[in-house]
Ligand binder design. Structure first.
Ligand SMILES: Nc1ncnc2c1ncn2[C@@H]1O[C@H](COP(=O)(O)OP(=O)(O)O)[C@@H](O)[C@H]1O
Ligand SMILES: [Mg+2]
Length: 289
């Protein structure tokens, strides 16, 4: 097909030879299948900020390290340079996160280049060499749904062990490749330690994949791996081989009524004493005049 304008710089640089076709026009990006020498790869072209939507809010960008203090200052001031720096930070988060996670056994596409707002990465294919379907595109047996669920929960644990939460994990961002599941779409990934919404996002990622897979294996709907994983993480007890049950112990103890009543009485006694003291001082002052 005709080379799209945004891919032209990569052709000029010799990174891409030709464009085979458009794969998706997604929420945040357009994805193309491209030829690079003898390889077929995937080119993700990020949309302009104005055409993108929900994920650019503060809960995703909080705690991110922006390269260079000038960039960080400009982002805070929301200047033109700031918006540009923010856009670059958003896009480079995806390539940085995927490259780092790939080295620690998280299944993501291999990244080759990030140039002029285009990410060149491995094209995930199925066992016939066709572009891999998303989890959302297939009907699963209960057994396969359980296997996939277990795999994704372990991948979520693995990411969190290295400090990262995907932040938009769902049946739309998991591909079924020839060698198993592969997670994609990381520009909104967050660092768990420096983001106040981390617990909520981790639980949402777990809930999304659980809700989808429980359509095929209904018992999964009764699990709560999100709370369990977060609780272990907070207590410093999360590790790669951690044993998970999917249950969270009820931590609610019956209220101790006697102790609640005695606290209320103590507050009342203090308040009465204070009123009495004020009354006495007031009367005393009147007597002085
Ligand atoms: N590496 C890849 N290999 C195969 N297909 C991909 C790859 N990356 C993205 N896609 C396809 O493109 C779609 C959009 O990509 P994604 O990274 O999820 O961007 P968006 O933010 O637009 O959702 C995906 O749902 C998937 O079908
Ligand atoms: Mg996506």
């Amino acid at each position: 097909m005709k080379i799209p304008k945004r891919i032209e710089p990569l052709v000029e640089e010799g990174l891409v030879d030709s464009v085979i076709g458009q794969l998706m026009n997604g929420k945040e990006a357009m994805v193309y299948v491209v030829r690079c020498g003898s390889d077929i790869r995937c080119a993700k072209v990020y949309k302009e900020t104005s055409k993108r939507n929900f994920r650019h809010n503060v809960s995703y960008t909080e705690g991110r390290q922006i390269r260079g203090s000038r960039g960080a200052r400009a982002i805070r001031r929301r200047s033109y340079f700031g918006r540009l720096a923010q856009k670059e930070a958003w896009q480079s988060t995806e390539v940085d996160t995927m490259s780092r996670l790939a080295t620690v056994g998280v299944r993501t596409p291999k990244c080759y280049n990030f140039f002029e707002g285009v990410l060149l990465m491995e094209l995930i294919t199925d066992s016939n060499g066709h572009v891999a379907p998303r989890l959302n595109d297939v009907i699963l047996t209960a057994d396969l749904a359980r296997t996939y669920h277990n795999f994704l929960i372990r991948q979520i644990v693995r990411m969190l062990c290295y400090g990262v939460i995907h932040g938009d994990l769902s049946e739309y961002n998991v591909l079924i490749g020839a060698h198993g599941l592969v997670m994609i779409d990381f520009p909104q990934a967050i660092f768990a330690a420096s983001n106040n919404s981390a617990a909520r996002m981790l639980k949402r990622d777990v809930d999304n994949v659980t809700a989808y897979l429980s359509r095929f294996a209904p018992e999964l709907a009764r699990t709560d791996y999100g709370s369990e994983i977060w609780s272990l993480y907070q207590r410093g007890k999360l590790h790669l081989e951690v044993n998970l049950t999917g249950n969270v112990e009820e931590k609610i103890k019956p209220a101790n009524v006697d102790s609640v009543l005695s606290t209320i009485n103590a507050v009342l006694r203090k308040e009465l004493a204070w009123q009495r003291y004020k009354q006495e001082r007031w009367t005393g002052r009147q007597l002085q005049y």
